[in-house]
Ligand binder design. Structure first.
Ligand code: FAD
Length: 388
């Protein structure tokens, strides 16, 4: 049994701590604030395998399979619903691009198909079909409750023996050669340290700061925080917008009905580089912009009241694909998840835990594609399709 420190109490860190404990490891998990306080509790709930490249399609196909069994595995209702994703095309060129994506997704067993606007209207009764030519529809995509999912993982992790510490900030490491030998942390003003055999950096937007503590340069894995926002309406009758609906050419705008309370979550790629890692202030520009898109997609939404608006970070690498892998002999990273960390968590956590514990994984994760050293080599992957 090895002693493994996981840094970051978002969905990636918590799920990986759980997977490591399942493999019999002795895990200590650090979260500097409250669990979920980073990007995880600010996300739009979406889960999809409709990506545009082989690596992300295969990873997400596996992740959706894990999501399908998660309620039973974790013994908790995480409100996972396979209500689909519906992407909408506004031009003939986009229809052709959708067809090419669908062929690629079908090749790896993702059952996306092209649908006409009559069928789209059956799926989303309040959809404005007029601006759209066709839809890419995968009924197996879905959504889940980020709060319940994180807590389900956390409670099971603790039951398996994980020492999960909230409000405990990692502040440094001891290093011997290429190995981290101890983690220094602070809680309630008290500084302590713990000897470790391995460390996972799952700090997402904060990951470059953790890398720096490990003696690596901040720019080695260049992750930048972009402010992303959402607004949510009052609860509407279920069945109005069950899938995530997105015309990508409208600035990646999307709407999706909360699987539990029925409010409509509205997002868009109206993003700004965050001024700091505390820059959570919602903006009026976003509110106005996103509602214009939402009402164009589903006109009856003009009568719904907005009850919440909030901001969080897309922690983005230059190619919008995460950095997943080994940085030093016993120092690993899974960070920079852009708009995809929630949906990828079940697969990435399993893969990371198997890599750390056994040196290899049976998860179909393309380690070369996500290699954290690719930026230093000047290699960029094709940009992962952005939205949540
Ligand atoms: P985080 O949840 O950010 O967790 C990292 C944690 O590390 C933080 O809690 C932080 O406090 C902690 N930490 C940092 N430094 C230290 C330290 N020194 N010591 C201890 N702890 C530390 N993804 C989807 O899959 N689907 C969606 O629909 C979706 N929609 C989104 C919508 C919005 C508006 C936003 C902002 C994001 C969305 N995302 C979505 C992205 C998703 O939220 C993230 O990719 C995911 O939550 C990342 O999880 P994480 O565990 O890597 O990071």
């Amino acid at each position: 049994m090895s002693k493994i420190a996981v840094i970051g109490g978002g969905i990636i860190g918590v799920a990986t701590a759980y997977e490591l404990a399942k493999l019999g490891e002795d895990v200590i998990l650090f979260e500097k604030n409250y669990f979920g306080s980073g990007s995880t509790f600010r996300c739009a709930t979406g889960i999809r395998a409709q990506f545009t490249d082989e690596a992300n399609i295969r990873l997400m196909k596996h992740s959706v399979e894990r999501w399908e069994g998660l309620e039973e595995e974790l013994g908790s209702d995480i409100v996972f619903r396979q209500t689909g994703y519906l992407f909408l095309a506004t031009s003939e060129e986009e229809v052709e691009a959708f067809k090419a994506n669908i062929r690629l997704q079908n090749k790896f067993g993702v059952p996306t198909r092209l649908i006409d606007m009559d069928e789209a209207r059956e799926i989303v009764p309040i959809l404005n079909t007029e601006p759209f030519l066709a839809g890419a529809w995968n009924p197996k995509d879905g959504k889940a409750n980020p709060f319940k999912t994180l807590f389900a993982y956390l409670f099971r992790a603790r039951e398996l023996g994980v020492d999960a510490r909230g409000h405990t900030e990692v502040i440094g490491f001891e290093r011997a050669g290429d190995a981290i030998t101890a983690v220094k942390f602070r809680s309630n003003g008290k500084v302590e340290s713990v000897r470790v055999d391995a460390v996972l950096n799952a700090a997402n937007a904060w990951a470059p700061l953790i890398n720096e503590m490990a003696g690596l340069s901040r720019g080695l894995v260049p992750i930048t925080a972009y402010k992303h926002q959402l607004v949510k309406t009052e609860p509407l009758e279920p069945g109005q917008v069950e899938p995530l609906v997105c015309p990508p050419s409208w600035n990646d705008a999307y709407i999706i009905q909360d699987g539990e309370d029925g409010g409509i979550i509205c997002g868009a790629g109206i993003e700004h580089k965050a001024r700091s890692l505390e820059d959570y202030e919602p903006t009026y520009d976003f509110l106005r912009g996103v509602l214009e898109y939402a009402v164009r997609i589903a006109p009856p939404l003009r009568y719904a009241h907005v009850v919440r608006q909030w901001a969080g970070f897309y922690a983005k690498t230059p190619d919008s694909n995460p950095a997943i892998g080994k940085l030093l002999e016993n120092f690993y990273i899974a960070a920079g998840f852009s708009g995809h960390g929630f949906m990828m968590a079940p697969a990435v956590a399993q893969a990371m835990a198997e890599l750390i514990s056994k040196g290899r994984s049976r998860v179909p994760l393309d380690w070369e594609w996500y290699d954290p050293y690719r930026f230093e080599r000047g290699e960029l992957r094709s940009s992962a399709f952005q939205i949540g």
